[in-house]
Design a protein around this ligand. Sequence first.
Ligand SMILES: Nc1nc2c(ncn2[C@@H]2O[C@H](COP(=O)(O)OP(=O)(O)O)[C@@H](O)[C@H]2O)c(=O)[nH]1
Ligand SMILES: [Mg+2]
Length: 223
Amino acid sequence: MRKQVEIRQKILKTNEEFAQANRDFFRREKLLCLNMISSPGSGKTTILAKTIKRLRETVRIGVIEGDVQTDFDAEKIRAMGAPAVQIETRGACHLNARQISQALDELPTDKLDVVFIENVGNLVCPSAFELGENGKVAVLSVAEGDDKPAKYPALFAKARAMLINKTDLLGPAGADFDIDRAEADARKVNKSIRAFPMSAKTGDGLEAWCNWLTEQVRATREP
Ligand SMILES: Nc1nc2c(ncn2[C@@H]2O[C@H](COP(=O)(O)OP(=O)(O)O)[C@@H](O)[C@H]2O)c(=O)[nH]1
Ligand SMILES: [Mg+2]
């Protein structure tokens, strides 16, 4: 047991060294980096694709995609005209900072304002591994249930923003999700978290999220 604890500490220490190097890089380049974390299927890739389309003229976005297998998501991002690098973790349930450091070499970071990291779909492991990002963005969809912030507080405690996606599925014949409850539970562990209900499918709510993102870019460029 002690040995396992030692191995885990070593992994986290190595990860922190790479995370610090990434952090220094983002600070030097005045580049915003946001780490998106959610369960599989909540809509991260769709939200990113719609965000890229909407902000095409004003914010230059690049994406690092993390999945256990396939490069489907990087292809979807490239189809929107944005640069994307796919990391296949081959079984691992989260991205680590070394992988991000390598992926950054493949992105034209000098021509970007934001690097989004789409982490592997999982509400637990990714929030334990710092990647050197400026902030985390938690994504939920209304089909997952409004109790997730209460059940998985670690992610919501660290996130700058929470996106509540698929609001088009709300209604008597659809999903039963109390947005106020989800927000209130997230605020119990994080008073400053911003909540953005949205439907990436219909575009509803995307404007508020894109305005917030634009403001985050501005604050990173001119601190
Ligand atoms: N109804 C609805 N479906 C959505 C919405 N956003 C994404 N989806 C669908 O949900 C599925 C998973 O989306 P994806 O973006 O791949 O999720 P990811 O695994 O978090 O990247 C896809 O079939 C999307 O078309 C939404 O706002 N409303
Ligand atoms: Mg995806």
